[in-house]
Design a protein around this ligand. Structure first.
Ligand SMILES: [Zn+2]
Length: 226
């Protein structure tokens, strides 16, 4: 099976995404990109994550062609493609309708540095892309317009997309960004949240580079800490 390891990992993280509450029902999708072949493995459209098997995952190139698989790919494959085209270091992308990120996106607002873990996105503010219908190239293009140096983008009235050098890191970032969105919402309910300065966020982002246990040879850090 083409990209077997990646397909197994996507099926596993799909179950994780559903059980962690990051995405409800069949919403949300996950992909892994292999720069050597130029192929991405992506979750199928509308299948329950708990019944998705590795063979249900679809392999595509970045030009909308299906290379392997019998299922229809996620309708957001264009969104995933844009992440890999704009982020040369990205090897995985995660799209969710997580509750608090989606709440902030319904206000068409960016995520602010109300908590320092936002630094995991590589920027002090996570932008919100303009609304476009789900599954359209227009939505993907709107993300492309605002992504800049960020590894995460809110999608207006829709949800969130993140990327990372591994699926574990892209998933961990989606979890952390959801936490920041919840803090922004909770703090806004009580007053005006204090936003950390760009200078402080520069210090935080520098510290993140050396955070955690040093990697042993062959060991993948999951990037969900801080
Ligand atoms: Zn969506």
């Amino acid at each position: 099976m083409l990209m077997e390891k990646e397909r197994i990992e996507i099926a596993e993280y799909g179950r994780k995404m559903s059980s962690s509450g990051l995405s409800k029902g069949t919403s949300g999708n996950i992909s892994i990109y292999d720069p050597e072949t130029g192929y991405m493995a992506i979750s199928p459209s509308g299948l329950d994550y708990f019944s998705t098997q590795p063979e249900d995952i679809v392999v595509m190139d970045l030009k909308n062609n299906i290379i392997d698989g019998t299922r229809k790919p996620s309708s957001e494959h264009g969104l995933h493609t844009v992440m890999y085209q704009n982020k040369p270091e990205a090897r995985a992308a995660v799209h969710t309708h997580s509750t608090f990120c989606t709440t902030i996106s319904c206000l068409n607002m960016p995520l602010r540095a109300v908590h320092y873990v936002i630094g995991g996105a590589g920027v002090p503010e996570v932008p919100c892309a303009e609304y476009a219908t789900f599954g359209t190239m227009e939505l993907a293009e709107n993300v492309e317009k605002v992504i800049g140096k960020s590894k995460a983008v809110l999608l207006a009235n829709h949800g969130l997309v993140t990327c990372g050098p591994t699926l574990a890191k892209a998933f961990g970032l989606a979890v952390n960004v959801e936490f920041v969105a919840e803090m922004q919402w909770r703090a806004s309910c009580m007053g005006n949240p204090v936003v950390l300065s760009n200078a402080e966020m520069d210090v935080v982002m520098e510290s993140f580079k050396s955070y955690g246990q040093p990697s042993k040879a062959g060991e993948k850090k999951d990037g969900t800490g801080y």
